[in-house]
Design a protein around this ligand. Structure first.
Ligand code: KIV
Ligand code: ZN
Length: 513
C-alpha cells in the first residue's frame, strides 16, 4: 500500500469524476456561535479558499446586513475561479438582496420536515412546495444559477421530499442539495436516501452534513458513494452547533480512502486551516484529524521507534501531503529511539549509556507533569554528557506585573543566565508588552537577542478561554527561531513562549559555535 491511497477499498462507479467542493466557511462557518467576521477578513479568507481550489464559495447570506452585502459584492468582483454563491430563503427580499450583490449563483432553501413546517414556517406541504417552485423560477428568470436545498431533508417525509426535488428540477434548478440539518442521519440512511433521490432526478446532487453526532464526514462520504457529486464543507469543520463536515477530513478521506479526486491543493490544507483559525478566532482541537497539532506528533517509544524505521507504521499518510511535518515529543512515554532522533537533529550524539540516562532523566521531569521543551531536553543531555554548553541558558525565576485602569502596565522579571541573576523592569502598552520588553532588556544585554514577532494566534470562548501565543526572536547573527505556547493565561503563555524561543536561539548559537 502506498501512503496516499487505501487500496483495500474498491473505486465506485463515479470514480473518474472529480468531487465538487462547495465551501461554506464564510456562511455556515460564520454561523459558529459567537463568531462574526468583518468584510476585510471575509475577503482575505475568500482569497485563500480560491487559492486552495474549492469549486464554490458560499460567501454569505446577503439579506442579513449591509456589511454582509458589501463583502459579498467585493468577493464577486475579484473574478475568482470558484463560483460565488449567496444564501437566500425562498422569499423575494432574500433573492433580491442576492441579486443586489451581483451574484450569478444562488443557494436557496426551504424546510421540508414536518417539525420545521409546523413550528418554524407555519406552512403546510402545498405552501412549501409552491414557495420552492416560485423561488427557483424567480431566481432563474433573473439569470441566476440555482442550487436548491430542502432544509432538514433527512427528517422529511421521503415521498414529499422527492416531490419537492422533482418540482424544483422542473422549475429549472441546476442542482439540489440534501441537508442533514441537525446531523441526525446515519451513513446507511444517507446511502438509501441519496440512491432514491438520484433515481428520480437528472440534475446533480450535493450533500450538506452537520456534525451533531460526529457523522458529518462519514455521511458526506456515504452521499458521494451513493450518487451525489458535491459536498458542502467548511475549513476546520466550523459551523452551527457542532459544525459542518470538515473540508480537510472530507477531501483527504476521499483521496486516500476512496481514491476519488477533487481540485483541492492538499499541500495548502494546514496553512489555510491555521489562517482561518487565526482570522476567525476559532481554535482547532489538538487531536483533530489532518490539521490538529497532534495529528502528526509522536511521543510513545513504541510509536517513535516504528516511525523512525518506517513512517507508515504509525502514520496513514505522509504529513507533507497536507503541508505538514512530523514531530517527536520528549515525555514519559518517549523511548530511546525517539529521544536519539530528536538529539541527532541538533547534532548531539550520545553514547548508548548516555542516551539511557537522558531518557530516564527526562522521564523523571515528565512524571512531575511538566511538558519537556527541546531546550530542556538538550539541557538534560548536556548535564548527562558533561557538556555545559547545552544547558538551558535562561532560567525564569519569577515575574510580577501590575496593570489597571489608571496604571501604566509595568512588569518585573527575574531570571538567571550563565550563572548570574538578573532583574529587569519595563513599562508597556499592556501586561504582555511590558513583560516581553523586560525579558528582552536582559536578552539584548546578555546575548543580543530581540523579539522579532509576537502573535496571539487565537483566542476563543469566555473569560477562561485558551490563548495560543507564538514568539519569534532573532540573534545578532540573523538566526530566527519561534516558539509557541498555549494556556488560559495569556501573559504566562507569552512569557513561557518568549523564554523558550530565547533558549532555542541560544542553543543554536552554541551548537553552531
Ligand atoms: O444546515 C442547513 O440545513 C443549512 C441550510 C441553509 C442548507 O445550512
Ligand atoms: Zn447548515
Amino acid at each position: 500500500m502506498d501512503n496516499n491511497t487505501n487500496k483495500n477499498i474498491k473505486n465506485n462507479n463515479h470514480s473518474e469524476e472529480k468531487v465538487r467542493i462547495f465551501d461554506t466557511t464564510l456562511r455556515d462557518g460564520e454561523q459558529t456561535p459567537g463568531v462574526s467576521v468583518n468584510p476585510e477578513k471575509k475577503i482575505k479568507i475568500a482569497y485563500r479558499l480560491d487559492e486552495l481550489g474549492v469549486d464554490a464559495i458560499e460567501a454569505g447570506f446577503p439579506i442579513v446586513s449591509n456589511g454582509e452585502r458589501e463583502s459579498i459584492k467585493t468577493i464577486v468582483k475579484q473574478g475568482f475561479k470558484a463560483n460565488i454563491y449567496g444564501l437566500a430563503r425562498t422569499v423575494k427580499t432574500d433573492i433580491d438582496a442576492a441579486l443586489a450583490c451581483d451574484l450569478q449563483y444562488i443557494h436557496t432553501f426551504i424546510a421540508t420536515s414536518e417539525i420545521h413546517m409546523k413550528y418554524k414556517l407555519n406552512m403546510n406541504k402545498e405552501q412549501v412546495l409552491e414557495r420552492a417552485i416560485w423561488a427557483v423560477e424567480y431566481a432563474k428568470k433573473h439569470g441566476l444559477e440555482v442550487e436548491f436545498s430542502a432544509e432538514d431533508a433527512t427528517r422529511s417525509d421521503r415521498d414529499f421530499l422527492i416531490k419537492v426535488f422533482k418540482s424544483v428540477q422542473e422549475a429549472g434548478a441546476n442542482r439540489i442539495d440534501i441537508p442533514d440539518t441537525v446531523g441526525y442521519a446515519t451513513p446507511e440512511y444517507i446511502s438509501s436516501l441519496v440512491k432514491e433521490v438520484s433515481e428520480n432526478l437528472s440534475i446533480p446532487i450535493s450533500m450538506h452534513c452537520h456534525d451533531d453526532f460526529g457523522q458529518a464526514v462519514a455521511n458526506s462520504l456515504a452521499g458521494i458513494n451513493s450518487g451525489a457529486n458535491c459536498a458542502h464543507v467548511t475549513i476546520n469543520g466550523i459551523g452551527e452547533r457542532a459544525g459542518n463536515a470538515s473540508l480537510e477530513e472530507f477531501v483527504m478521506s476521499l483521496q486516500c480512502l476512496y481514491n476519488r479526486k477533487t481540485n483541492i491543493k492538499t499541500q495548502l490544507l494546514y496553512e489555510i486551516s491555521k489562517f482561518v483559525s487565526n482570522t476567525m478566532g476559532i481554535i482547532v482541537q489538538p487531536n483533530k484529524a489532518i490539521i490538529g497539532e497532534n495529528a502528526f506528533g509522536h511521543e510513545s517509544g513504541i510509536h517513535t521507534h516504528g516511525i523512525i524505521n518506517n513512517p507508515l507504521t504509525y502514520e496513514p499518510i505522509s504529513p507533507e501531503l497536507v503541508g505538514r511535518k512530523r514531530w517527536l515529543q520528549a515525555g514519559k512515554h518517549a523511548g530511546a529511539h525517539g529521544i536519539k532522533a530528536m538529539l541527532n537533529e541538533f547534532g548531539v550524539n550520545p553514547t548508548d549509556e548516555e542516551l539511557q540516562k537522558i531518557v530516564e532523566q527526562q522521564k523523571i521531569v515528565a512524571d512531575k507533569g511538566k511538558s519537556i521543551t527541546t531546550a530542556e531536553l538538550l539541557s538534560i543531555s548536556g548535564q548527562v554528557m558533561g557538556n555545559t554548553k547545552f544547558e538551558e541558558k535562561f532560567t525564569l525565576h519569577d515575574f510580577h506585573i501590575v496593570t489597571g485602569l489608571n496604571i501604566i502596565p509595568t512588569a518585573v522579571i527575574q531570571l538567571s543566565t550563565q550563572g548570574k541573576e538578573y532583574i529587569a523592569s519595563e513599562i508597556g502598552v499592556g501586561p504582555v508588552d511590558s513583560a516581553l520588553k523586560a525579558i528582552q532588556k536582559i536578552a539584548v544585554e546578555v546575548a543580543k537577542i530581540k523579539v522579532r514577532e509576537y502573535r496571539l494566534e487565537s483566542i476563543t470562548g469566555g473569560s477562561d478561554a485558551l490563548a495560543e501565543v507564538s514568539v519569534k526572536v532573532e540573534d545578532n547573527f540573523g538566526n530566527v527561531v519561534s516558539a509557541r505556547k498555549s494556556g488560559a493565561d495569556v501573559v504566562v503563555a507569552s512569557v513561557q513562549a518568549m523564554m523558550d524561543a530565547i533558549n532555542k536561539v541560544m542553543l543554536r548559537k552554541v551548537l553552531e559555535s
